[in-house]
Design a protein around this ligand. Structure first.
Ligand SMILES: Nc1nc2c(ncn2[C@@H]2O[C@H](COP(=O)(O)OP(=O)(O)OP(=O)(O)O)[C@@H](O)[C@H]2O)c(=O)[nH]1
Ligand SMILES: [Mg+2]
Length: 459
C-alpha cells in the first residue's frame, strides 16, 4: 500500500494521536478509545494523546468540525506526533484534507486493522488474504483520486501526468486483485477438500472477539503450545489439535483469527479459506471475555461476523472466559442472566474445563449417533459411504453380512436407513467404557503426543 503506512517495530516508534467522532445513537464505552488504543499499540505506535468530538454528523470535508481540526493541529504540533489514527472510517478526501491541515499522516480504523493483519500474516494463505483486502481497500481510493484530478484538468489535451500514473496504478491493482482472487479460490477449494476429508473426528472450532482468550483456552485444553498474547490479533491462522473428551472420544479443536466490531468486509471475505475449519465445524465454541465491560457488545459483534460468513446458524456454545478476572459475582451474573446456558471458565487458571468438556460432549452427542449397522456383503456402496462419512469402530463378519459399529452424523442417517439390513442404536455407555475416566488435565497431556498440526500454511 501507500508509503504513509505505519512502520512497524521500528527503533523509535511513531508517535500517534487517537481521534474519534461520536455520532448520536452510538453506544459509547466507558473509555471510548480503549479498543483503538489496543489496536494502535499492537501496530507498534506510541499513543501520545487523544481527542474526542460529539457531533450530529461528520463534516463533509474534514470529518471533524473546524474548531476540532484546529485543536488537532495544535496537538500534533505540541507532541510532534507523526500520525493521527481515527476510530472511524473516513473518505479518501477527508483523509487528504486532514493531512493537509494537521501536517500529520492520517489513517482510519480499517487501514489500521489492515496494517496489523499485514504485519502479522505469516503464512502464504494469510498473506494473500491480507494483500487482497488491502488492494480492495485502496482501489476505490485510487479511483476517487483519479476522478478528483480529472475534474481539475483544464480540458481536452490537458490531462496531468499524475492522472496517467494513477490510471496505470489502478489497472495494475485490478489485475493483481484478479490474480489474488484466482489464487485464493484455488487455496480455498484445496482447503475445503482437506478439511472435508478429515471426517473421522468432528471438528469443534473456537471463535470469538480478539483477545478473548481463544488461544489460551486451546492451550489449556490440548497443551497445543499456540501463541497467546495480550495483543489484538495475535492469531491470524488456523491451528488444529486433537482434543480428548472424556466420555466421548477424540475431536479436532481448531483455533483461529479473532473478530472485532466493524471488521472490514473485504478482510472477512478474503479470510474465507483460513476460516474453513470454522465453516465446516460441527460445533462452535464462542469464547467471550466475561471480564470486559464490553462483553455484550463483543458477543454481538462476533455474531455479526458469523452472519457475514453465513455460519450463524451453527450449533454454538457460549464460553465465558476470564472469570478469574471478574471482581464481583454480580458482574458474572449479569452475563449469565442474559445467557443462562453459557459456560464460565478461566483458561488461565484452568478452571471450569471439565464442565466445558462435558457440555461439548453433550452437544456433539446430539449431532452424532452411535449405531450398529447390518450391511449385506455385496453392498460395497454402503460400506464405502459408512467409512467416508462415519467413524468405524469395528466390523464383525457374518455369513452374508457385516455388522459395522460406527459413529455417524445424524444428518447421514437417512441414507443409511434406506440401504442397511438393520440399524441398532448403541448407547453412549459403550463409549464411556472405552474412554478413560481420567481427569481432563491428565488426558490432555497424552493428547499432545498425537496432536495434529495443521496450520493453514499446509500449501
Ligand atoms: N485473567 C485472564 N486472562 C486470560 C485468560 N485467558 C486468556 N487471558 C489473557 O488474555 C490475553 C489474550 O489471550 P489469547 O489467548 O491470545 O486471546 P485470543 O482470543 O487468542 O486473541 P487473538 O488471537 O488476538 O484473537 C492474554 O494476555 C492471555 O493471557 C483468563 O482466563 N484469565
Ligand atoms: Mg489467538
Amino acid at each position: 500500500m501507500s508509503d504513509k503506512h505505519i512502520t512497524l517495530h521500528d527503533d523509535a516508534p511513531e508517535r500517534s494521536i487517537l481521534a474519534r467522532l461520536i455520532l448520536p445513537d452510538t453506544v459509547v464505552e466507558e473509555d471510548p478509545l480503549e479498543e483503538l488504543h489496543g489496536l494502535a499499540t499492537t501496530s507498534g505506535t506510541e499513543v501520545v494523546d487523544e481527542l474526542i468530538q460529539r457531533r450530529s454528523t461528520p463534516d463533509h470535508s474534514t470529518y471533524l468540525g473546524k474548531g476540532k481540526v484546529e485543536e488537532l493541529r495544535l496537538m500534533v504540533e505540541r507532541h510532534e506526533a507523526d500520525v493521527v489514527i481515527f476510530d472511524n472510517d473516513l473518505s479518501p478526501a477527508q483523509i487528504r484534507n486532514l493531512e493537509k491541515k494537521t501536517n500529520a499522516k492520517v489513517i482510519d480504523r480499517t487501514e489500521l486493522i489492515l496494517d496489523i493483519f499485514a504485519a502479522g500474516a505469516r503464512t502464504h494463505e494469510s498473506r494473500l488474504a491480507v494483500e487482497l483486502a488491502q488492494l480492495e481497500y485502496s482501489l476505490p481510493r485510487l479511483k476517487r483520486m483519479w476522478t478528483h484530478l480529472s475534474r481539475q484538468s483544464m480540458g481536452v489535451g490537458m490531462r496531468g501526468p499524475g492522472e496517467k500514473q494513477l490510471e496505470v496504478d489502478r489497472r495494475l491493482a485490478q489485475k493483481r486483485i484478479h490474480d489474488l482472487k484466482t489464487e485464493l479460490k484455488s487455496v480455498e477449494l484445496r482447503r475445503e477438500r482437506q478439511v472435508a476429508a478429515r471426517s473421522d473426528s468432528p471438528t469443534v472450532s473456537l471463535v470469538g472477539y480478539t483477545n478473548a482468550g481463544k488461544s489460551t483456552l486451546m492451550n489449556a485444553l490440548t497443551d497445543a503450545g499456540v501463541m497467546a498474547q495480550d495483543k489484538l490479533f495475535a492469531t491470524l491462522d488456523t491451528r488444529t489439535r486433537r482434543w480428548h473428551l472424556p466420555e466421548w472420544g477424540h475431536v479436532l479443536l481448531s483455533d483461529t483469527v479473532g473478530f472485532i466490531r466493524d471488521l472490514p468486509h473485504s478482510l472477512v471475505a478474503s479470510f474465507k479459506s483460513t476460516l474453513e475449519e470454522t465453516r465446516q465445524a460441527e460445533l462452535l465454541l464462542h469464547v467471550a471475555d466475561a471480564s470486559s465491560s464490553q462483553v455484550f457488545e463483543q458477543i454481538s459483534a462476533v455474531y455479526q461476523v458469523l452472519e457475514e460468513l453465513g455460519i450463524e446458524a451453527k450449533d454454538t456454545l457460549l464460553v465465558l472466559n476470564k472469570i478469574d478476572a471478574i471482581t464481583s459475582p454480580r458482574d458474572l451474573n449479569r452475563v449469565l442472566d442474559r445467557y443462562p446456558n453459557a459456560i464460565p471458565v478461566s483458561a488461565r487458571s484452568r478452571s471450569g474445563l471439565k464442565p466445558l468438556a462435558q457440555a461439548v460432549g453433550e452437544a456433539l452427542s446430539r449431532e452424532f449417533l452411535d449405531v450398529e449397522i447390518g450391511v449385506a456383503h455385496h453392498d460395497g456402496k454402503l460400506l464405502s459411504f459408512l467409512s467416508a462419512t462415519g467413524k468405524i469402530e469395528s466390523r464383525e463378519f457374518g455369513n452374508d453380512h457385516v455388522i459395522v459399529r460406527v459413529r455417524m452424523p445424524a444428518s447421514a442417517m437417512g441414507t443409511v436407513n434406506r440401504s442397511a439390513l438393520s440399524v441398532t442404536p448403541t448407547t453412549l455407555e459403550m463409549w464411556k467404557q472405552t474412554a478413560s475416566e481420567e481427569e481432563l488435565e491428565d488426558s490432555s497431556e497424552d493428547s499432545s503426543e498425537e496432536s495434529v498440526e495443521r496450520s493453514s500454511d499446509v500449501a
